[in-house]
Design a protein around this ligand. Sequence first.
Ligand code: SAM
Length: 279
Amino acid sequence: MPGSINDLPPLRDALAAHGLMARKSFGQHFLLDLNITRKIARLAELSRGDTVIEVGPGPGGLTRALLETGAKVVAVEKDERFRPLLEDLAAASQGALTLVIGDALTVDEARLAGGAPAHVVSNLPYNVGTPLLIKWLTGPWTPASLTLMFQKEVAERIAAQPGASAYGRLAVIAQATSAAQVVMEVPARAFTPPPKVDSAVVRLTPRRDRPAPERLDALQKITAAAFGQRRKMLRASLKTMGGEALAIHAGLDPQARAETIDVAGFLRLADGWLHNRGG
Ligand code: SAM
């Protein structure tokens, strides 16, 4: 049994020793270059003793880099095949790594973190990246920070500003609940096997004054209607929710289109709609 992380075999050898190949159905594209995983860990700005929840450790390259920072890592992996490899890493971490085999979409993060504040760092499986982000930004548990690898196109949609072609529902929900910034781009060739598209890391810091659940729910409904009919003016796309009067009350031009309205404008629309419903 290895005595420390430095004694572990290189990631490729560990994968080969356990007979592990990437599976598409689990969104598996591995980072086997420790220079890249260390850079992601640095971008997470962790301090010794911080608690980190990592989704999808897979072969454990990012996990190793996170452990090197002195953080305590709780890693949630859905693919049972990785258990023996990750148990070797947990043993070498001397108590710093806790392995959970399970689905990140349904885990209770507050319980995993033992009630302590926790950061989330992950090279996300692309098929569940957006639902996981929405869970962390709008669900009952609030992370201290999120440092997440997405497909580049999704990363751009999270951080987009009004007027940009990538600006839409995801930008509004992400930025109403957090400060979001693309902090690193990673070419497809950096992954094993390489995905079809490039990736990027987004760093998000949840806002202390995050809208209350009812307000967030209204924001989800307003943005669904407004961006559901992208080319339409607000007075038409929001017709069943208050249309022209709702837009005017929010200080917006009823002839404006959703893609030009900033996050504050959408929050005013959500508040007006809640108010009209007696909320
Ligand atoms: N962190 C590793 C790396 O950077 O090399 C692997 C990243 S790979 C893109 C995504 C990982 O998430 C895979 O290990 C996959 O099995 C795991 N995964 C997929 N869906 C998951 C889910 N719902 N919950 C937890 N892990 C999941």
